[in-house]
Design a protein around this ligand. Structure first.
Ligand code: FDA
Length: 371
């Protein structure tokens, strides 16, 4: 069988690799001028720059961890972001270090008592009606005002009072002095960046990669060919938005090289007030413990943006309208293109972390080759 994989992100590359391993010819087309999708990294001043936002690999799944470790050596980076609220610095996720800084409490019992007393004073009755009420009922006003409200409103471009409560089902609150953001047992950053993983996945001689090639420029030709298509672009675009546009949040990345060794002392600093227009600054060298050319560092400001056609779609917006619309596109796909597989974050309109993207690609591989 011949396959055409649209998109050289993690999903498309894992699929291409598995298909080629089984002796199939695979053509991968990619509209950007490089492979890798959003996990692409590029070396600048000896530093691996995460071009499309900070990517930290973390997973509970040992098989997925073993899988990615075939393609790169991972360091033992632990994600411990810092919050900057109007010049006050707090540890994330919310833990005993955060509570100590906020209230001077020392023991977990004191911290729990403080949160409970804050929650009781609010008198929120019934089910929370919006994100603000939900967050307040979970962690009380101090943490909410300083660390949740501004950041969340910037991220979604809406007041927390207008956002649905379900966006925050729970807020990770930890009553230990532990700044490790993730609860997963496996975590790290590939030494030398992510692009090597994609390059290795695509290195089989049965795989032909064409960059700067947009599926939509020759859609009919591709559909008429005898290739089986794995489509990892936007499912609504595939159907020319026939049923309407799915909504996304986009981001603008402003990356610069600075002539200093260490700009902010941490890889990720979130700006949690509403006046600062960006949500966070990434200092890339700290993902690899300060590696890079002397006297140089690379930082990226991240600005959330409304998505319009033509922009990069980063986050699917998970609400009822979009869920229903997506299901209708899936029905359309089954009826009209039963042989096209829609995969990955955009094809399945799902916020997949990297480990889930690999898992989902492997499920498709199983269905495709092991039946
Ligand atoms: P991806 O979007 O990467 O790839 C799709 C590819 O298809 C792109 O290269 C695109 O150019 C191409 N394409 C689209 N339309 C096309 C067309 N018409 N013709 C040709 N090519 C086309 N995960 C995690 O585990 N830890 C983390 O820290 C983060 N951090 C993070 C930050 C940000 C800002 C984002 C947006 C995402 C993350 N992620 C993450 C998630 C991670 O990026 C995600 O799991 C994978 O990149 C998904 O890979 P896909 O292949 O599905 O999509």
């Amino acid at each position: 069988m011949n396959y055409l994989v649209v998109g050289s992100g993690l999903f498309g590359s894992v699929f291409a690799n598995e298909a080629a391993k089984r002796g199939n010819n695979v053509t991968v087309i990619e509209k950007r001028d490089h492979v890798g999708g959003n996990i692409y990294t590029k070396e600048v001043e000896g530093i691996q720059v995460h071009k499309y936002g900070a990517h930290i690999f973390h997973t509970k799944m040992k098989d997925i961890w073993d899988y990615v470790n075939q393609f790169a050596d991972f360091n033992n980076y632990i994600n411990s972001p810092i919050a900057n609220y109007k010049g006050e610095i707090y540890n994330l996720p919310f833990n005993m270090n955060t509570f100590n800084k906020l209230w001077g409490v020392i023991t977990p019992t004191e911290a729990k008592r403080k949160i409970e007393s804050q929650k009781e004073a609010l008198h929120i009755e019934g089910n929370p009606k919006n994100l603000e009420e939900q967050a307040l009922s979970l962690i009380g006003p101090d943490v909410y005002e300083k660390l949740v409200k501004g950041y969340t409103e910037k991220q979604w471009g809406q007041s927390a009072k207008d956002l649905p409560a379900f966006i925050i089902r729970r807020l990770p609150v930890r009553f230990t002095y532990d700044n490790n953001y993730f609860n997963d047992p496996y975590q790290g950053i590939p030494i030398g960046g992510y692009t090597q993983i994609i390059n290795k996945l695509l290195s089989n001689e049965l795989i032909d990669v064409k960059i700067n090639t947009d599926f939509f420029e020759n859609k009919n030709k591709y559909l008429k060919s005898d290739n089986k298509i794995i489509f990892t672009g936007m499912i609504d675009q595939f159907f020319d938005y026939r049923l309407g546009e799915l909504e996304y949040r986009s981001l603008r990345f402003d990356t610069k090289v600075l002539n200093e060794d260490n700009y902010q002392g941490n890889a990720v600093v979130n700006y949690t007030d509403s006046d600062t227009p960006f949500t966070r600054i990434i200092e890339h060298k700290h993902f690899e413990f300060g590696q890079g050319n002397n006297g140089k560092t690379v930082i990226t400001h991240e600005y959330p943006q409304e998505w319009h056609r033509g922009d990069d779609p980063y986050y699917p917006i998970n609400n009822k309208r979009n869920k229903d619309l997506y299901s209708n596109y899936v029905k359309l796909a089954r009826n009209e293109f039963p042989n096209v597989i829609f995969g990955g974050r955009l094809g399945q309109y799902r916020y997949y972390n990297m480990d889930q993207t690999i898992m989902s690609a492997m499920q498709i591989v199983k269905r495709e080759f092991e039946n």
